[in-house]
Ligand binder design. Structure first.
Ligand SMILES: C[S@@+](CC[C@H](N)C(=O)[O-])C[C@H]1O[C@@H](n2cnc3c(N)ncnc32)[C@H](O)[C@@H]1O
Length: 328
């Protein structure tokens, strides 16, 4: 699936950074240890920056993205690596089911750099941003599923409140939901600007963070089932990895980070104990060595250069074996 269009190296760097600046690139390479003869799964190809770093170290990369546009851009950027790079249009939560991806296993490492890229956010037509007016869409894979407008225009009040509370941690969820329902009876929502303006009118502007930030995050997570996809990926991607391979995940908000932290911690415990048990019991899910009990954050220098890096948290585990083998 490599794209054969060549890219002029003199213009490449600027274009790639404008598309998306990879977070924690040095830390990812240090922890994943790419080298000649190794193969990695990049579950979130995006602009291809992390993959490029792995390829530049001599490794092979199978890169996937749920967004066809990102896949095309990254494939073009990585053309010079020829057969060393293989791109697949897929959801990382299904990676372990796809023969195209399984056939390269066992992998020496896998990376998930969650969320959406700067390019996706900055493209008004994708509808991710309250900063630019565009269709109220937010689908990562623009060819399947329902756009955000469908949720905003049809879901009942209790469900909207639940979405804004659970996925946006929005303290004013009820007020926002009520205002949306009153407004949509008058005129259905079709544009990001329309929704952002209503939220701003209801909540007012305090501080530097736009009042629509949490509601937009909640809608994006719901539209793309982002937390469900993450849980499925955490459960299944380890089956693609060899013993001593590393699994790295970069999160950007507390909901994602909590899921990754809990999953990695639980899988790294050899024994489980409960007050009501007479003795600790072996953990049937034991399969990891936790390399980052405290998540890795971007340096002050990187945070200054790339504001998106401020909320990035990198967690990495090493595979000890598959649960039954490890526990045996
Ligand atoms: C933060 S960007 C990755 C940036 C990339 N690491 C780089 O260095 O340029 C996240 C990418 O993951 C993709 N993505 C999000 N959820 C996905 C999923 N469930 N399966 C596959 N790709 C997904 C998005 O389309 C986006 O391109």
């Amino acid at each position: 699936m490599n794209n054969s269009v060549s890219v002029n190296p003199s213009t490449r760097a600027n274009t790639d950074v404008a598309w998306h600046q990879s977070v924690l690139p040095r830390e990812v390479v240090t922890l994943l240890q790419p080298s000649v003869g190794r193969v990695f799964l990049d579950g979130t190809l995006g602009g291809g920056g992390h993959s490029e770093a792995l390829l530049a170290a001599g490794a092979r990369v199978v890169g996937l993205d749920r967004d066809g546009e990102s896949l095309a851009f990254a494939s073009k950027r990585l053309t010079r690596f020829g057969e060393m790079f293989y791109a697949v249009h897929a959801d990382f939560s299904c990676a372990a089911d796809l023969e195209e991806i399984r056939s390269h296993a066992p992998y020496d490492g896998a990376l998930l750099d969650l969320g959406v890229s700067s390019h996706q956010i900055d493209t008004a037509e994708r509808g991710f941003s309250f900063r630019f007016d565009g269709p109220l869409d937010m689908r990562i894979d623009a060819t399947s599923g329902e756009p955000a407008s469908e949720i905003v225009n049809t879901v009942e009040e209790v469900e909207l409140i639940k979405i804004f509370r659970s996925y946006g941690e929005e303290p004013q969820a009820r007020r926002v939901a009520r205002a949306i329902i009153a407004e949509r009876e008058r005129v259905p929502f079709t544009r990001t600007g329309q929704l952002a303006a209503l939220i701003e009118k209801i909540l007012g502007r305090r501080g530097r963070i736009h009042p629509a930030t949490r509601v937009f995050q909640a809608l994006r997570i719901t539209v793309n089932d982002e937390l469900g996809a993450l849980r499925r990926a955490l459960e299944t991607i380890p089956s693609l990895l060899r013993t001593s391979a590393r699994f790295a995940v970069i999160t950007f908000h507390s909901l994602e980070d909590r899921i990754v932290k809990t999953f990695f911690r639980h899988g790294s415990e050899q024994w489980l104990d409960r007050p009501e048990w007479p003795a600790p019991r072996p953990n049937p899910a034991w399969q990891f060595r936790d390399l980052t009990r405290k998540p890795i954050e971007a340096s002050a220098e990187e945070q200054a250069r790339n504001p998106r890096a401020r909320s990035a948290r990198l967690r990495v585990v090493e595979i000890l074996g598959h649960p039954q083998e490890v526990a045996a």
